[in-house]
Write a protein that binds this ligand. Structure first.
Ligand code: ADP
Length: 301
């Protein structure tokens, strides 16, 4: 149930879309594939699903190399492309029956009922697709992507163009599907990835610039600067003994400017430091790096 991308490169004419990227999605993980528009997300996803071929490198899905085994890997993969291609004039149930027949599913009616229920389409199943809201059309796309019970789901910008309520609904549906599937989903919105995933891979200009847990991404947010004033004199050496301090600089009017990797922990430590030295904290200002800033720094924006 895993995805392995090994030293993969793809060039369109003179445009290098993906440049020697490697990463792995482990079984059962929900991984966010994050990057600005044009970063190479769709190209990577199309190569994983076997729709286009890499110029160099190797991709494996569930232990099978995609190249040369496109049919057997497609059986393992459910794919929701960025522009969800639906037959708008078809009825929801009719469309899903057609997709089931493409996959050669024997008990198609049972399977269609099952995915309609799982994706929350029961009230809409009798409608024409063009009568549905964009959120429900995405559900139809997801239902079609899971109809053959794939172990791996590749979702390309699944919430783009949805309103805030629809975004929340689709995110929770993705989380639900993640209970028994490995999921790679792309987005250009950090908060999205944070809300759904355990792990994030950040791509920029075709290169992977970060591959880490959401937890560690968040803790790097906590790095920052604290400006503190005490009610009495403090020596620099005494301050440097406080756990969590990286650098100290004396500012104006008795203010200390402190660099730290963990602002929330350091704020507490400074309070106990003040207590131990019979001082009060007159002012404390914490400037942590926001997630957006971490992203901008990683992508050089
Ligand atoms: P993302 O999904 O992150 O927005 P893409 O993978 O779609 O990025 O695109 C990566 C780069 O490759 C972009 O510069 C894009 O313009 C270019 N590109 C994508 N598809 C094609 C194509 N079929 N022909 C030429 N260039 C393309």
């Amino acid at each position: 149930m895993s995805i392995k991308v090994h030293q993969v490169t793809k060039q369109y004419a003179t445009q290098k879309a993906v440049d020697d990227i490697s990463f792995e999605v482990l079984p059962g993980q929900i991984v966010g594939f994050l990057g600005p528009n044009g970063a190479g997300k769709s190209t990577t996803m199309k190569m994983i699903t076997g729709f286009i071929q890499p110029d160099k490198g190797k991709i494996e899905v569930c232990g099978i190399e995609v190249k040369g085994e496109a049919i057997s890997t497609k059986k393992k993969i459910g794919y929701l492309p960025e522009h969800n291609p639906l037959y708008l004039e078809m009825y929801v149930r009719e469309y899903l029956q057609m997709v089931a027949s493409f996959h050669g599913i024997s008990s198609a009616d049972k399977k269609v009922n099952e995915v309609i229920k799982r994706t929350g389409l029961s009230q809409e199943a009798h409608k024409e697709i063009n009568q549905l809201s964009k959120g429900y059309r995405q559900r139809v796309g997801l239902a079609a992507a899971i109809i053959h019970d794939p172990a791996v789901l590749i979702l390309d910008e699944p919430t783009t163009g949805l309103d805030p309520n629809q975004i929340i609904e689709i995110r929770s549906l993705i989380k639900e599907l993640g209970k028994d599937k490995t999921i790679l989903f792309s987005s250009h919105i950090l908060q999205e990835v944070e809300a759904v995933c355990d792990h994030v891979i950040i791509i920029h200009k075709g290169v992977i610039v970060a591959n880490r847990s959401i937890q560690s991404l968040k803790s790097s947010q906590d790095a920052g600067v604290i400006r503190v004033r005490f009610s009495g004199d403090v020596l620099e050496n005494e301050l440097l003994s406080v756990p969590g301090i990286q650098e100290v600089e004396a500012g104006s009017d008795g203010e200390w400017v402190i660099k730290t990797l963990n602002s929330s922990v350091l704020s507490k430590e400074l309070m106990s430091f003040a207590l131990q030295h019979n001082l009060n904290i007159v002012s404390l200002q914490s400037q942590t790096r926001q997630l957006e800033e971490v992203f901008r720094q990683l992508t050089g924006k």
